[in-house]
Design a protein around this ligand. Structure first.
Ligand SMILES: Nc1ncnc2c1ncn2[C@@H]1O[C@H](COP(=O)(O)OP(=O)(O)OP(=O)(O)O)[C@@H](O)[C@H]1O
Ligand SMILES: [Mg+2]
Length: 426
């Protein structure tokens, strides 16, 4: 310290020393800030990692960019086989690939080492703490021989080291919360030093957490996929059951003499069939959240047309539907509504052999989806309130419209035009 009674030279020396300390402090602060910057940038990149980018490739590339003159090998831990599998290598060259082929009969990414071999290699208790599986960056004093956990003869590992001009080697495991997710090895070319150990170690901890997250994410995706398959399976069965009911009604109606009663049976049969078709769409659709409703309407309406309209020249069918995507919760009620409205046109609009057309429209207008069933027939009875009928068909339509929070409107200007307006909810 600056004591009184020191000579001028002594004071100058001390000042120089202080300056040097200050400078080195500044440098290390700069380095810390730079390291922080790299860490947070990498962390952000990991959060936004596109699904097609392999996380092991990403890790190898990041480390390769950071550590000059190095070869980086990143492996994953495969739990079922309890092995370490090399997944990504950065900095390899033709020579190394040839050597790998010669020695192991495969490329570097074919290398597979049982986890057991690492524990066996460090058989004494003291060393076990220092294995690469500890998550701490460890210098491999025994070089490649140690990397392969003694699985290759030392003579061969030495030869590879010399041929490839390999110097210092480091290794560690990706470890998070006591679980191993993989390993990474850093091979430096002779004469190079690993001078940013701390940053490398911090990055490796970050990567371990990222791999853990990625695996959890994949498991959730897998579980979701399974759930969707199960749901489709159920729709398939429901569809089959409804088809059975439909044919049952068909068989029974054959024994009914009275035409009116037979028609009731036929309509029930059609209702069961329409529902079956919805479930058929559901198990065929790739995305249960988004079902192509336009396509469904097309097939349902032509199907009804074939059963209900004996003479296609008398009633024309005009289908103008956009491919609107509809959620699974809306699609079932909507299918039944279409069934009722279209059946009504075919049944009531053209009595006594009259001719005309039936038109179906489906389109999206900003947030709203509009479904229109139009005919140019005799028109809806003046004395009937379409929102309060004693008959089942329109009652069903009104109830189902409420269920999907839609609006149901009638336009009697020309023939009958029913419009259903609803919104898809999140
Ligand atoms: N497109 C239409 N053109 C003319 N009249 C119609 C039309 N749609 C419905 N109606 C009239 O509205 C009445 C009520 O229809 P609704 O569908 O509720 O009953 P339904 O078709 O008679 O029997 P169901 O209950 O089997 O459907 C019909 O009986 C018919 O008179
Ligand atoms: Mg009806």
């Amino acid at each position: 310290m600056l004591d009184e009674g020191k000579s001028r030279e002594e004071l100058v020396d001390e000042l120089k020393e202080l300056k040097a300390i200050l400078k080195s402090n500044q440098e290390s602060t700069k380095k810390i800030i730079e390291n922080e910057r790299i860490l947070s940038k990498t962390a952000l990149e990991l959060v936004d990692l596109p699904p097609h980018v392999d996380i092991y490739d990403f890790i190898a590339k990041k480390l390769g960019d950071l550590i000059e003159n190095s070869l980086i090998a990143v492996s994953m831990y495969d739990e079922p086989s309890d092995s370490i599998l090399v997944r990504s290598v950065i900095g390899e060259n033709q020579r190394l690939i040839e050597l790998s082929q010669k020695i192991m009969g495969g490329g570097l990414t074919d290398i597979k080492l049982p986890l057991r071999s690492f524990y066996e290699f460090y058989d004494d208790k003291e060393h076990q703490k220092n294995t690469i599986l500890s998550g701490k960056l460890l210098k491999m004093e025994d070089g490649l021989y140690q990397v392969f956990a003694g699985r290759l003869p030392q003579k061969i590992t030495r030869m590879v080291e010399l041929t490839m001009n390999m110097g210092d080697m480091y290794g560690t495991g990706f470890e998070s919360k006591g679980k191993l997710y993989g390993t990474v090895y850093i091979f430096l070319k002779k004469g190079n030093k690993l001078n940013n150990n701390e940053l490398v170690q911090s990055l490796i901890s970050l990567f371990a957490v990222a791999i853990q997250r990625k695996q959890a994410e994949n498991e959730i995706k897998k579980a979701l996929k399974e759930k969707e398959l199960l749901l489709k399976e159920i729709h398939h069965r429901v569809k089959n059951n409804l088809m059975i009911i439909s044919s049952l009604l068909n068989l029974q109606s054959a024994h009914i003499k009275d035409e009116g009663a037979r028609n009731v049976f036929r309509e029930s049969q059609n209702r069961a069939k329409s529902m079956a078709m919805i479930h058929e769409r559901l198990y065929r659709s790739t995305d249960l959240k988004n079902i192509d409703f336009g396509e469904y309407i097309r097939s349902l309406t032509t199907d009804l047309y074939r059963t209900l309209v004996a003479d296609p020249d008398r009633i024309r069918l005009d289908i103008d539907v956009e491919d609107v995507k509809i959620d699974i919760n809306t699609v079932v009620p909507l299918g039944l509504i279409v069934n009722e409205l279209v059946t009504n046109c075919m049944k009531h609009a053209f009595p006594d052999g009259e001719t005309g057309y039936i038109k179906l429209e489906l389109y999206q207008k900003s947030q709203k989806i509009v479904l229109k069933v139009i005919d140019n027939g005799i028109g809806f009875p003046e004395d009937l309130d379409y929102k309060k009928t004693s008959s089942l068909g329109l009652q069903l339509v009104n109830n189902l419209t409420k269920q999907i929070d839609g609006e149901f409107e009638l336009d009697r200007n020309q023939g009958t035009s029913f419009a259903l307006i609803f919104e898809e909810k999140e």
